[in-house]
Design a protein around this ligand. Sequence first.
Ligand SMILES: Cc1cc2nc3c(=O)[nH]c(=O)nc-3n(C[C@H](O)[C@H](O)[C@H](O)COP(=O)(O)O)c2cc1C
Length: 244
Amino acid sequence: MLNRRTVRKYSAEPVGESLLNELLMAAARCSTTGNMQVYSIIVTHDAAVKKELLPFHFNQKMIVEAPLVLTFCADFNRFNKWCALRKADPGYDNFMSFMTAAIDALIAAQTFCMAAESRGLGICYLGTTTYMAHKIIEVLKLPRGVIPVTTVTAGWPAEQPVQVDRLPLEAVVHNEIYRDYTDADIDRFYSEKENRKDSQQFVAENKKESLAQVFTDIRYKKEDNVYFSKILLQVLKDQGFMNQ
Ligand SMILES: Cc1cc2nc3c(=O)[nH]c(=O)nc-3n(C[C@H](O)[C@H](O)[C@H](O)COP(=O)(O)O)c2cc1C
């Protein structure tokens, strides 16, 4: 786990069915809320479906190049159906239940990733899933009660990228209670990241004053966040998670 890194280039060698099943079994062994398992995993091998998904992942080529694409979904559809068939009245048409199902889906995703990496595969998460959930729902034919929350591409690595930096452990760990950050703490915790050559290059190339501005003005800007929030809130409504 300490040696892992995200892998975005994969060899053409397929991931065998028995290995894939083993990894999916490991993912399904993860903890879930009340053991309800309110998630589903859509496994995409088909080149035609990958091609359809590609624009909705902002043309990130891992989608078509990776042998495996897995979309992890928050899913109350199956559980609601079980309840209805057993004279149980499901109360899962709300935001709380979406959070429950999204948490289950993400824990399953990360368990899959750890299992895959432990067997030598490389993985990459795709955050585009929540931006374009409405389109991915159409491609994967997800019914009401199901929302995609993350996508993972996986395959045999064709690259070994250098590990990227992390904040020092003391920046992310608090003992007993939260200790808020002073300006000096922030300077100290972010200094290594800011002083890296690649970070400085990033700042210069983008003609920004600081690395933080690369995040706020280019990579994760407010206008995009507001725009995609509106879409996601509509998806929550359309898929039956907003009290209706
Ligand atoms: C929720 C999530 C979404 C991500 N989305 C993308 C993505 O869309 N494209 C990409 O190339 N990497 C994506 N990543 C990978 C991160 O960029 C990567 O984990 C981070 O830079 C740290 O690198 P490392 O995993 O090699 O340590 C995502 C990771 C997470 C956890």
